[in-house]
Every structure is written in C-alpha cells, then in structure tokens.
Design a protein around this ligand. Structure first.
Ligand code: 5GP
Length: 241
C-alpha cells in the first residue's frame, strides 16, 4: 500500500490517502512538542518507537474486543489504518493524580484516585484544549447524543481495564493517558490516533522513574532510552506479546 496525497500534518504524525478510499496511512514523525506547541524538538527514532508501541497496543486491544482503526504496520514509520471522522474530544483517563489534574484541583501529585477518572478536553489547539462537560460537547456538535459520550467513557474504561494490568505485569504504572476516537463509514465509534509514551504517562513501579513524554516536557533528557524501555517491556523476553 502506497502513500498518495498528504491530507493533514499534525504535531507528531502526517496523514496520507491511499488508493483505497477507506484506508489511510499515518507517518509517525520524530518531532516532539509540548505546552501547546510552544516547546519543540526532534528525537531521531522516536516516530518508529511510537509506531511499534502503538501497533502492539492496538493489537492487544483488538484481541480483547476493542474496535480500533488499526490495520497493520507497514514499515518503521508507517501504519495503515481505517479512515474515520475524528471526534474532536480528547478522552483523558486517569488512575493517579498528576499533571493538569494536580495543578488545577490541588490534588497532590501521585495520589492514587479512588476510582478511574475519565475527562473530556476539546481537541482545539487555538483554544488550548479546554475542559468540556457533556453539555458543551452537545452544544459544540462534537457528538450527536449523550449516549455517544457514554460510549466514549465506556470504551475508555475498557481500554484502561486491559492496559493497566498489562503494564502492571511489565513493571509499569499506567498513570494516565489520552485517547482519540473516530466514526467509521457506518457511524460506529472506534479507537483511533495512537497509544504511545507521547500520550500516556508510565511510571516505573519499582523506582517511580518517568518513562514518557514528561521527560521532554520537564527537560529531563533520556527520552529515547525510556521509550525503548517501554517497547522492550511490552514485547517481553521473546519479542512478542
Ligand atoms: P494532562 O492533562 O495532565 O496534561 O495530561 C493527561 C494525560 O493525557 C497525559 O498522559 C498526557 O500525555 C495526555 N494528553 C493530554 N492532552 C494531550 C495532548 O494534547 N497531546 C498529547 N500527546 N497527550 C495529551
């Protein structure tokens, strides 16, 4: 399957059409951005790591009954996936308080939440991705009904119920993550985008070390080594999950 026309260039990926109108190709870039694009860098090999990590996690989720846009990994930096209309809601799942939750609500960093929190952010860089409640989502026509929001929440919890124990077994604490969903040609809601250390927080269970994009956000260095370690933990000893 070949790339044809560049449809869209985002901060971490480029999206191309293919000869099949129902399929697109994502190219995972080495670029890193934070604070709504204010901090920028590039890390050679980061795109390939995120492509591989996302591939393994989409396969794991599909095996466990979560519908995703994933079709197959094409090569180091390219993934073939179904074409969906992206729902402009970032679905944030949190098991442990940190980041903007700690900052905005004063919950001490590292507090284990009494239950998994699911939040919605508006996927809108110009507005700085503000928080949404259900009524905002309907008023902005981001979804068609309150039921669709319940579907997003249920699917996000299902993803967490699969990934959290999976990573725990690998010695990683899945602290929080961001998901994006889309609608396929039939209007079904399916998981889209990517699942990688660019949009998840992983803390090593033993040492508490951050193994994700916070290393870049906080200027800690060692980002590629951390992403490689996440991939190696996912793959386990024999190179497959
Ligand atoms: P926070 O709201 O604390 O900044 O982020 C919560 C979680 O969602 C983190 O795992 C973070 O990586 C992810 N996240 C939230 N918004 C974005 C975003 O706009 N882009 C990316 N890549 N991840 C996000």
């Amino acid at each position: 399957m070949e790339k044809r026309e560049l449809l869209y260039e985002g901060k971490a990926k480029k999206l191309y059409t293919t000869d099949d109108p129902g399929l697109l190709i994502s190219e995972f870039k080495d670029d890193l951005t934070a604070f709504n694009g204010l901090k920028k860098a590039s890390e050679a090999g980061k795109g390939a790591l995120n492509n591989k990590i996302s591939t393994e996690l989409f396969k794991l989720l599909e095996q466990n009954g979560v519908p995703t846009h994933f079709v197959r990994m094409l090569d180091e930096n390219h993934m073939l996936h179904r074409r969906v209309d992206i729902i402009l809601i970032e679905v944030i799942v949190r098991n442990i308080a940190t980041g903007s939750l700690s900052k905005n609500l004063g919950i001490p960093d590292g507090t284990v939440l009494p239950f998994t929190l699911v939040e919605f952010d508006y996927k809108n860089d110009a507005l700085g991705d503000p928080k949404l409640n259900d009524q905002h989502c309907l008023i902005l026509n981001l979804v068609n009904s309150f039921e669709e929001l319940d579907t997003l929440r249920a699917m996000a919890r299902q993803v967490n119920d699969i990934l959290r124990p999976f990573f725990h077994e690998k010695g990683l604490n899945l602290v929080d993550f961001k998901l994006e969903f889309g609608k396929d040609a039939q209007g079904n809601i399916i998981l889209a985008d990517e699942i990688s250390p660019d949009n998840c927080r992983f803390w090593d269970l033993q040492t508490g070390e951050k193994m994700d994009k916070d290393r870049f956000r906080q200027g800690m260095g060692g980002l590629k080594v951390a992403y490689e370690e996440v991939l190696n933990r996912i793959l386990g000893d024999n190179g497959t999950i």
